[in-house]
Design a protein. Structure first.
Length: 180
C-alpha cells in the first residue's frame, strides 16, 4: 500500500499538486523515503504549506464519537485543511483512516467516513486515494460490507501482488458476498 501511495503522491507533486497525507506511521516512513528519493523536500513543502502529513490512527481517535466519525470534528481536522490547500490549486490526498477503522472491524464507521469524504468532494476539488488492506475484509461481517465500501469510490483496484484483494473484489463484484 505504501509503495502505491508514494508513487501516486510523487507523481501528483511532480505535476504541481499540494499533498495531504493521512497515514499510519509505518506507511508514512515509507512514503517519506520515496518522496525524498524522488526529489521532494518534505521540510520545505511542509513549511510553505504545500504538504500536510497527519497520523491516521490519531485522526481516527480525534474524529470518533461513540464509535462513529463525527461530522463537525471531520470538518475541523480534515475539511478545513483540504479547503485551504484547494484554495492554492490542485490537491492530491492519500488517506488510510478508513483502513484503521476496517482493521478494527468498524466497517460501518469506515463507510460513514467515506461518505464524509464524498460530501467534502462536493465543495473542494481534490484527488483522493484511499488505502485499504484486503486482510481487513476477511471476516464475514466485513466481507458483506465490501460492496458498500467499493460503491463509495469512483475507482477500485487491487495490487497485482495481492491475490487476496483480487479475490475479495471479484467476489464482491459478482455478488457472492451477499449470497455465499
Amino acid at each position: 500500500m505504501a509503495d502505491a501511495a508514494a508513487a501516486f503522491l510523487a507523481d501528483a507533486h511532480g505535476a504541481g499538486d499540494s499533498l495531504l497525507i493521512v497515514a499510519r506511521e509505518s506507511n508514512w516512513i515509507s512514503i517519506h523515503r520515496t518522496l525524498t528519493a524522488r526529489g521532494v523536500d518534505i521540510g520545505a513543502e511542509t513549511a510553505n504549506g504545500r504538504l500536510i502529513a497527519m497520523n491516521a490512527v490519531t485522526k481516527v481517535a480525534e474524529l470518533s464519537r461513540q464509535g462513529m466519525p463525527h461530522a463537525a470534528s471531520f470538518d475541523v481536522a480534515i475539511a478545513q485543511p483540504v479547503c485551504a490547500l484547494a484554495a492554492k490549486g490542485r490537491v492530491s490526498i492519500f488517506g488510510e483512516m478508513v483502513d484503521v477503522l476496517a482493521e478494527l472491524d468498524e466497517v460501518d464507521a469506515a463507510i460513514a467516513l467515506e461518505d464524509m469524504w464524498n460530501t467534502l468532494a462536493e465543495r473542494a476539488c481534490f484527488r483522493l486515494m484511499c488505502g485499504y488492506s484486503s486482510a481487513h475484509f476477511v471476516s464475514r461481517r466485513a466481507e458483506l460490507r465490501l460492496p458498500d465500501v467499493c460503491r463509495a469510490h469512483t475507482h477500485v483496484r487491487s495490487d497485482a501482488d495481492d491475490p487476496l484483494g483480487g479475490w475479495l473484489l471479484k467476489r464482491s463484484q459478482l455478488g457472492f458476498a451477499a449470497g455465499a
